[in-house]
Design a protein around this ligand. Sequence first.
Ligand SMILES: [Zn+2]
Length: 214
Amino acid sequence: MFSQLGEADCLLCGRRCTTMETSTMSAQTTVRELICDGCGLGASPEHIAKRLRRLELTTRYRPIHIQAVFLGPQSPADDKDFLYSIETPRGGEGAALLRALGIQTDGRDAEAVPAEFQKRGFLLTHVLECAAEPGGTSADLTRALRQRLPAVARRLRGSLRPKRIVLISKDLAAVVEELKKSQLGGELMLNDGRPFDLGDLDSVTKLTSMARGL
Ligand SMILES: [Zn+2]
């Protein structure tokens, strides 16, 4: 049985939402568990705090009109790999995506890099907007991705409304058929029917030439 917390509004969206739902486990014992609206999993206060921080950084560079959403499977574990990190990403997904899009990072002010990404009408987001908890497996990831897809599709078509959605990881191959069938509110951009893959040189070359036309 689910019930809403008294008068409290959600810290994330200012309204009542699943983050603030409580789960009543039995008549005797009430276990209050925060459900993170970024990944759909039960969450500790530390998890929610990290989620809020990344949301704040992403929102700062969200274009008004989005040309393309670059969609990854899961937010990187390391802040240094996160594109909207307060420091220019030097590795991982963030750096690989910037390189693929020809956005220079060397010698530039840290804020100039995500600002250029924003100016081109780009937004990076993830099916799971929080990093993996330690000990997860690829089967867990696929299951979690699948569970989140309806919420992601709603967010894309209802809120972000991008012209295009570009899949950037082979980890999304497990859910690509569902994504093709979902109403995403924009054109799904694929590489021969598969997601682009920032870890594959040939795929990155194709992503670079596709992105030039955006
Ligand atoms: Zn989360």
